[in-house]
Design a binder for this molecule. Sequence first.
Ligand code: ADP
Ligand code: MG
Length: 475
Amino acid sequence: MANADQESWSRVKERLRADVGDDVYSSWFARMDLEGHDDKTVRLSVPTRFLKSWIQSHYAERVLACWQAHDDNIARIELTVRSAVLRSAVSVKPRETAPVTNGQAEPGRFNGHMRAALPADAAGHEALGGSPLDPRLSFDTFVVGRSNTLAQAAAKQVAIAKRTDPVMFNPLYIHAGVGLGKTHLLQAITWAGNAAGERKVLYLTAEKFMYGFVSALRTQTALAFKESLRGIGVLVIDDLQFLQGKSTQAEFCHTLNALIDAGRQVVIASDRPPSDLESLDDRVRSRLAGGLVVEMGGLGEELRFEILKARVMAARAHHPTFDVPVPVLSYIAKTVTHNGRDLEGALNRLLAHSKLTGHAVTLEMAEREVRDLIRPQEPKRVKIEDIQRVVARQYNVSRSDLLSSRRTANVVRPRQVAMYLAKTLTLRSLPEIGRRFGGRDHTTVLHAVRKIEGLVGNDVSLAEEIEILKRQLQE
Ligand code: ADP
Ligand code: MG
């Protein structure tokens, strides 16, 4: 290609970098190459299908605008995926910044290895150590209802997909509150996937991931760790919210990119959506959000009833005399809240009680046994954005006022109220809340919380206002 072309391309790239910022640029555009252009059309290439579709859906106009700023004849950008051969032909060029620099092998190289699809290194796998699986957590025992239909269908799709099938959504990201079946579904994928024998499925808790990686680093076998990842068709990571530490996160990002670019499936569960994973890098977050994100809601009463029924049936395999009359099941389904673990706990108590005393299960006994599992309606998960929106509306200020540094009284009080609600209605830490309120310090948040706590004791109308806000948010 003519030197002049490459020079134009460099200039366009600089403009693009300035436009989107270094982070976004190095994540998505660092490996974009100019293939050529004619009067009106510029042809660009990227190494993976994922990059192509991501850039097309998120940045196509930006890229075009950058070209047009340079040459206003350009009317169209054509983006293609370059083949491996093409890639090696042009790879004499020095590589630009890799997305993550952590002293690790560069991601591009890692990808190349993965594409070779070597068989799993058994010893490496052992070293990697999947987390233990519970044989009861299978698709067969997973009861489908309104709140989890989509998640279950997506999980099943992943589990039965053939090695040669195109990956439909990657990563599959499932989020839900505690006890709503995330681990159950992830382990079901692992069991079913491995039983089908098409693709090796590895299930790891975020802790295992951290431990595996950190210990691998410590014993200087990071390479072996990576090697062992090569044999994996589906990587399943549970409880992503627990992923801590900069270097672990960098490695996670690395692994994620490498697996996805190589067409391997990644499945993730977390207690919050990607946008709320506050400690994660923007790039990782956007990548996580780029697949299929599915939320599982609370288990409705009907679903709770079905789960209980299935559980009793399962228990009877070992305890043939165990029987729970339908009215008792209905009672538990109605009163025990939507957490699957409490349902299990309730049944275990009935089972233990009837085993130990030899008495049949009655409604009376159930009422006594599960009393402490009955909780008032569990509060809905509230998002900080919702709090800001509702509070802003209530006090007739804008959301950006709440996040701004303005200190006029008509903004200060609503802001304090919003921070107070964020602390009381969400599980977010003070520093997290501070960040979400325009990057304030955690001590500012603490001050606001104390201030409002102090005021509601004496100020009835404020207390009422706050009650109303709470109700609006939890409805
Ligand atoms: P999470 O990982 O989301 O905290 P778990 O997957 O550990 O929740 O589920 C908690 C308990 O509830 C487990 O015993 C699980 O089997 C049960 N459970 C949750 N959802 C379902 C469901 N749809 N069908 C059957 N059991 C369920
Ligand atoms: Mg879990």
